[in-house]
Design a protein around this ligand. Structure first.
Ligand code: ATP
Length: 244
């Protein structure tokens, strides 16, 4: 049996999480939250945070984690079934986890966009069928900034992923509790929680536009260290009168 590490969420991160949850009213008493768990570091940490908060929060909510399995690991030498690589890590905290097979995509539909859309719709379907009113995703501050840059550079619009998106006339909320945490904070938390992220076996995962944008942003932050802070602030400070 894997032993759980002592559960510690450093105050500085707890504060950022609390602020994001509060600013966007992410959780309410009685919520049933389905956590999308890829096995990557971000969603593993998210599951742990939501579990941790269950014990501290003045409200009561339920969480379950789910992995939508595309099966890429099956053709990768030495790869492990997510049931075995992710499942026990959730089990040690007493977090419910299951794996479902991803809806099939035709070969010509194998793009990041369609794969993500398929997964999103599958999660919506499961949430609706099983009475979950929230879906939690592991996006963090750096993801929000990357999406902003992606939309700007490739789609000609100014937008990002919102921390709390209400869908289907408010019956379902997509929440991103780590919206104020940075990637490196998430990685530190993974270490503290003793979580071991699972490799992403998607054949396209390293060649996307997102990867390119990540490099561009890293370069900007290198030459202008305060740029991340300012760019994130800009997302919440839009001067509509000074746009075209
Ligand atoms: N196969 C999956 N099954 C369930 N949820 C998923 C899956 N893939 C992604 N998600 C959810 O969508 C979020 C964003 O997915 P994305 O592919 O952008 O991963 P990421 O930013 O690398 O995060 P992670 O480190 O959690 O994989 C994840 O954090 C997770 O909550």
């Amino acid at each position: 049996m894997i032993m759980a590490k002592k559960e510690i969420l450093p105050a500085k991160y707890n504060k950022l999480l609390g602020k994001a949850m509060h600013d966007y009213a992410m959780l309410e008493d009685g919520d049933r939250v389905l956590v999308g768990l890829s096995g990557g570091v971000d969603s593993m940490v998210l599951a742990w945070i939501l579990h941790f908060w269950q014990k501290k929060a003045p409200i009561s909510y339920q969480i379950e984690t789910i992995t939508v399995d595309n099966g890429y690991w099956r053709s990768s030498k030495g790869a492990t079934d997510p049931q075995l690589s992710i499942g026990p890590q959730m089990e040690k905290f007493g977090i419910t986890h299951r794996v479902v097979d991803a809806w099939a995509l035709a070969r010509e539909e194998m793009t990041c966009y369609l794969c993500a859309r398929n997964r999103r719709n599958q999660l919506f379907d499961i949430a609706r069928a099983e009475g979950f009113n929230k879906i939690a995703l592991g996006h963090h501050k750096d993801d929000l900034l990357e999406t902003f840059m992606l939309n700007c550079l490739y789609s000609g619009n100014i937008s990002t992923m919102v921390p709390h998106q209400k869908l289907f006339a408010g019956r379902l909320g997509i929440i991103r509790p780590m919206a104020y945490l940075e990637k490196e904070h998430v990685q530190e938390l993974a270490g503290l929680a003793g979580l071991l992220p699972v490799k992403n076996y998607c054949p396209l995962s390293d060649h996307t536009r997102r990867e390119k944008v990540r490099k561009i942003l890293a370069h900007i932050y290198e030459i202008e260290p305060d740029a991340k802070k300012s760019m994130f602030a800009a997302l919440g400070n839009v001067r509509g009168d000074y746009l075209l």
